[in-house]
Write a protein that binds this ligand. Structure first.
Ligand code: NAD
Length: 494
């Protein structure tokens, strides 16, 4: 039996962590580093290499060499076998990875450890995808004796730019697509949470991935991220992050006409009808926002509650919220951790403090936690009632543990307000009535929808957004579209 990992055993011990280029840890060419902190304590836990444009050049060149050097010609079975070895190795080292993620981005061990099975499922999904890439032979009406077919081929170098709210799992949307298809990648993790990406890519090498297939450039978004998105040697971009940065990525993608997969922000509606099973809807609606302390892109932050049950619902929601334990995620009884950074804390508190002036009624929370937790970035789970859909807290993505309860009268009213948003990522309806359910399923303009549950995601089904929440599916049969292109081939056999 292996001993349980400790913070000392999973954190880097000696000097700053390098970039991962061509299978080797290297310092940034500038020699510069920057700190990453544990958001539960505010203490520095590591120094990371501060990658710049010249480092991005090296990483893209390494990815191109790996692509041209034979990796893209691995057979589907070889790629599948690699993914299976990776699944086994990640499973074996999962306790270390979960602890590292908890220390780096604050999510409690209760959450990071629970990601073991979803991550295994994702890797196995991509292992299956490796064998499912197919073109077509097509009849044609050409005058010559020409056979025609389409081939789906790996596109080349993919830039993966990801956020901080859950890299342990979210990196797999890119890694899986790359490894299943024979593409190569340069990953730019978020500056606040890079450690699990660096560690996982080391493990990919340990499992037998050739050098240079996946490279990692840590650093700042507006420098390393921007250089990567604009790089002419990058063929496509998979971006997950805010809508504001997504716009910059779209602009950058004009260099080289790169196709994009964009998973952006959200302000998802969660609609509770009076006939719903409230024993399920109350905890469901609470955790639709409070999970990961509200740092979830599809969090159901606009909680529409039928007016005649608003008071009862808010009272029960408040009771449930009192039972949630927030704290340093190393404590195995903690359910909710801190926000990622002081900057994010200030942003969330700005929304919370501004809401009463607009007429929102604070039901619970609304403060930063002090005492033993004063050094970290903890905001108490917060509920505002009597919110209207035009208040700032109902329109803008807060990305913190803040629920806005918005009363509605009937299904028309709920649909009108739910769709009145710039976003279209997630959403849910809680009802026992089948016709109400279908009315909402058909009427809501959102890329992902849950009925009588919230947040379930299976890679086979996938999820995605519309409007300002982005485009291009994650998971499902369309996922590999970003990593492959379609080649039409005409062969004269006459
Ligand atoms: P962000 O947009 O600030 O950063 C995301 C990534 O982009 C980071 O790696 C960052 O360094 C990089 N970046 C920043 N500026 C850049 C630039 N000019 N060019 C290239 N790269 C740049 O987002 P964040 O604050 O890290 O994450 C929170 C946001 O992510 C929220 O809006 C959330 O909704 C969204 N998100 C969406 C999904 C989804 O699947 N839709 C999932 C998770 C998070």
């Amino acid at each position: 039996m292996t001993a349980s990992p400790t913070p000392q055993s999973v954190l880097p011990q000696h000097g700053p962590l390098g970039l991962l280029i061509g299978g080797k840890q290297v310092p940034a060419l500038s020699g510069r580093t920057f700190p990453t902190v544990n958001p539960a304590t505010g203490h520095e836990i590591a120094q990371l290499a501060e990658g710049g444009a010249a480092d991005v050049d090296l990483a893209v060149a390494a990815a191109r060499r790996a692509f041209d050097g034979g990796w893209s010609r691995w057979t589907p079975t070889q790629r599948q076998a690699l993914l299976m070895r990776i699944a086994a190795l990640i499973d074996e080292r999962f306790d270390d990875l979960a602890l590292l993620e908890t220390l780096d981005m604050g999510a409690p061990l209760t959450r990071t450890r629970a990601l073991r099975e979803p991550i295994r499922q994702m890797i196995l999904f991509f292992a299956a995808q490796a064998l499912s890439i197919r073109g077509e032979t097509l009849q044609n009406s050409l005058p010559l004796n020409i056979q025609s077919m389409t081939i789906r081929a790996p596109v080349g170098v993919v830039a993966g730019i990801i956020p901080w709210n859950g890299p342990l799992i979210s990196q797999w949307w890119v890694l899986g697509g790359v490894l299943a298809t024979g593409c190569t990648a340069v990953i730019k993790p978020a500056e606040d949470a890079s450690l699990s990406v660096l560690r996982v890519v080391e493990l990919l090498h340990e499992a037998g991935m050739p050098e240079g297939v996946v490279n990692v450039v840590t650093g700042h978004g507006h420098v390393a991220g921007e250089a990567l998105a604009r790089h002419p040697g990058v063929d496509r971009i998979a971006f997950t992050g805010s809508t504001a940065t997504g716009r910059r990525i779209v602009e950058a993608s004009t260099v080289g006409m790169k196709k994009l997969q964009l998973e952006l922000g959200g302000k998802s509606p969660d609609i509770v009808f009076a006939d719903a099973d409230l024993d399920k809807a109350v905890p469901g609606a609470a955790m639709a926002v409070f999970t990961n302390s509200g740092q979830v892109c599809y969090a159901g932050t606009r909680l529409f509650v039928q007016r005649r049950i608003q008071d009862e619902f808010v009272a029960r929601l408040t009771e449930f919220t009192r039972t949630l334990r927030m704290g340093n995620g190393l404590d195995p009884s903690v359910q909710l951790g801190p926000l990622i950074s002081g900057r994010q804390l200030d942003r969330v508190m700005g929304y919370v403090q501004g809401a009463p002036a607009e007429g929102a009624r604070l039901a619970i929370g609304g403060e930063r936690l002090g005492g033993d937790l004063a050094g970290g970035y903890f905001v108490a789970p917060t509920i505002f009632a009597d919110v209207s859909n035009d208040m700032r807290i109902a329109r803008e993505e807060i990305f913190g543990p803040v629920i806005s309860v918005i009363p509605f009268d009937d299904a028309d009213d709920a649909l009108r307000m739910a769709n009145d948003t710039e976003y279209g990522l997630g959403g849910a309806v809680w009802t026992r009535d089948v016709s109400t359910m279908y009315r909402m399923v058909n009427g809501l303009r959102t890329g992902t929808l849950w009925v009588n549950c919230y947040g379930a995601v299976d890679p086979v089904v996938g999820f995605g957004g519309i409007k300002n929440s982005g485009y291009g599916a994650k998971g499902g049969s369309d996922h590999l579209d970003l990593y492959l292109y379609r080649k039409a081939v005409y062969v004269n056999i006459g």
